[in-house]
Design a protein around this ligand. Structure first.
Ligand SMILES: Cc1cc2nc3c(=O)[nH]c(=O)nc-3n(C[C@H](O)[C@H](O)[C@H](O)COP(=O)(O)O)c2cc1C
Length: 210
């Protein structure tokens, strides 16, 4: 092949590559906002069930803080706190924390707490517990998580934050005591953190927009 033919082929390839990159960039620009809107809508849908009975304004996803471990909340993973407001005043906080000692590993959970320290909802976001045993913590599998809304550090008193088998006030799961112990401990410790750090929770600098 002559030098000029090589040059021509090279230029043609470079042009094709440039056009393709341009197309990718334009597609990305056109879909970015839509993807972000969808991501937010999905997250809102996931978070809202943990805010039962709370009147709030704006998007739940608006004011989030990510805390790297060690952060004083349960778990060695990042913890997240969504601050929830009405008329500019804090009305609740949503915590995403990790219960470390599940039967099959960490359990990621979402806990809503109002300003009185009362649980407004509990959802299990991720777990690897055994189907038919520990997986009943999942609200699709049983109503086990429904015993938490309305509870607070005073209700029951601190000794009551255990399964009935251990002398506490919460139901265990048939054939599975490890899983519920892990979740109850994480809920209790999150409530303790909120009681001790309420002002800081709402004063923390929120994450920068991505
Ligand atoms: C294959 C297998 C899977 C299990 N999965 C779970 C589980 O997901 N969650 C759990 O709490 N216990 C699970 N268990 C049972 C625990 O070992 C059970 O909580 C324990 O035997 C009873 O604990 P206790 O002595 O506190 O009553 C599993 C046991 C086996 C053999």
């Amino acid at each position: 092949m002559s030098n000029s033919a090589v040059l021509k082929n090279g230029l043609t390839l470079a042009l094709i590559a440039a056009v393709c990159s341009g197309l990718v960039a334009v597609t990305y620009a056109l879909t970015r906002d839509k993807i972000e809107d969808n991501r937010k809508a999905y997250l809102e849908q996931k978070l809202k069930p943990a805010l039962s009975g709370v009147f709030f304004e704006g998007d739940v996803t608006e004011s989030v803080v990510t805390l790297a471990a060690p952060h004083g909340l349960p778990g060695n993973d990042d913890a997240m706190i969504y601050r929830v407001y009405a008329s500019g005043e804090p009305v609740a906080a949503l915590f995403i924390v990790t219960a470390r000692n599940g039967y099959s590993g960490p359990i990621r959970l979402l806990l809503g707490v109002d300003m009185n320290g009362t649980v407004t909802g509990l959802r299990i976001l991720e777990h690897r517990e055994t189907p038919g045993l520990g997986d009943k913590i999942d609200e699709d599998k049983s109503d086990w998580v429904q015993q938490f809304p309305g509870r607070s550090l005073g209700d029951p008193a601190i000794d009551g934050w255990q399964i009935r088998n251990d002398g506490g006030e919460f139901d265990q799961l048939t054939g599975a005591t490890v899983t519920p112990r892990a979740v109850i401990n994480a809920v209790r410790d999150t409530l303790i953190y909120f009681a001790e750090n309420k002002e800081q929770v709402f004063a923390m600098q929120e994450d920068k927009a991505q």
